[in-house]
Every structure is written in structure tokens, then in C-alpha cells.
Design a protein around this ligand. Structure first.
Ligand code: SF4
Length: 66
């Protein structure tokens, strides 16, 4: 199942782990906050789940595409 990454902005602390683990989908802005460029394709769902569980702030969620 492909999906979409959502960021809980009040929780995010711009630590960049999501970008390190999923550079194909997540860029960082100049302050280190994530810029989610694209939906998560099927082949990157496992990496996206790892990014979700690795975020030190638990500020990432992977949701089904609407
Ligand atoms: S890993 Fe979590 S806290 Fe760090 S930039 Fe990504 S969403 Fe924000």
C-alpha cells in the first residue's frame, strides 16, 4: 500500500532523521524542517515505516492515500 507522510508540526523539532532515512521523499528546508515532496510509493513503504518509528519526536505518520 502506498501512502502519504504527515508531519505533526508542533511536535517536530527539525532533527532531520526522516530525511536521512527517506531522502527520496523528504527534503529539509533551510531550518531543518521536513518538506514532504511526494507520496510514498510501494517500494518505499518499509523505509517510510522505519522513518515513522525512528522520529525522535514521534512527529511522523504514514497514512493511506485518499
Ligand atoms: S525526524 Fe521527526 S522531528 Fe525530525 S525533522 Fe523529521 S518529523 Fe521532525
Amino acid at each position: 500500500m502506498s501512502g502519504v507522510l504527515r508531519v505533526d508540526w508542533p511536535a517536530c523539532r527539525a532533527r532531520g532523521v526522516c530525511h536521512e532515512l527517506l531522502p527520496e521523499v523528504v527534503d529539509l528546508d533551510e531550518w531543518g524542517y521536513p518538506l514532504v515532496r511526494d507520496d510514498v510509493p510501494d517500494e518505499l513503504v518499509t523505509a517510510a515505516r522505519t522513518a515513522v518509528t525512528s522520529c525522535p519526536q514521534l512527529a511522523l505518520r504514514l497514512v493511506a492515500r485518499e
